[in-house]
Design a protein around this ligand. Sequence first.
Ligand code: ARG
Length: 281
Amino acid sequence: MKKKLLIIIAVAMIITCTVVAFAACGGNASIEAIQEKGVLNIATSANFPPFENTDESGAIIGWDIDIAHKLAEYMGVKLNILNMDFDSVLAAVSSGRADIGMAGISNNASRDEVVDFSDNVFDSTQVIIVRNSDTSINGPMDLAGKTIGSQRGTVGQLLAQMSEDWAYDFLENGDPDLNSPILGEPKNEIGYDTGALAVQALVDGKVDAVILDRFPAEAITANYDGQVKILETPVFEDAYAFAVAEGNTGLAEWINEAIAKMKEDGFWDSNMEKWFGSAEV
Ligand code: ARG
């Protein structure tokens, strides 16, 4: 009898320790744990100018990245940037491989089930890019029956796929003036590794339109000198936030306080001016 009890206690202890160990190395590193490690790991996808991109030397730069450096500075730790495909960023955060996801990540209820978000940090829209010569697509409603390119795993692709969590949710709750979603109508869609590759596919005639975030769309189409254009009416409105592991409210709150501090000490505006030419965009 006694032996049985001891076995039960031993098994219970093993389970508890495993759970505790997972919590510690899963995605729930507290600010103290990060400071003890001496390094802040962020996950990004450096193909999204001006938020994150690589320069000629291969260094990762951008609006998110400068904020990441500032967060590491406030914490007193080194910054380590993990660069990956966009569709791996949220998993890197929820598994604890990265402490924070900083990748122009649009915040919505379905993603909030997988990770937790800081306050929103940037308002964006999803725009449509078409070939300059195309007169058949003038707004979201003209996308019916067309082939749409986007970056894999992004809002652009989720809209093209008529995702319930994004497109339908927007139909119900979004701004009716955007009358967007396109959508409702059957269409083909192709996901690419990056927004730039989707725009290249558009130029090559492989897709009829690309759905991409406004500022990356402007930066990328600038390389195509009159071959493509961004339509005036966006498809969708969204806002970016920084992602932490689900339940890591301590870190999310710390980030919100850090953002407030950056706004107070002038860093926020100067970072906006550096990457967008103005504190307000
Ligand atoms: N805002 C879009 C989304 O959250 C696209 C983000 C792409 N980010 C990147 N770094 N490539 O789905």
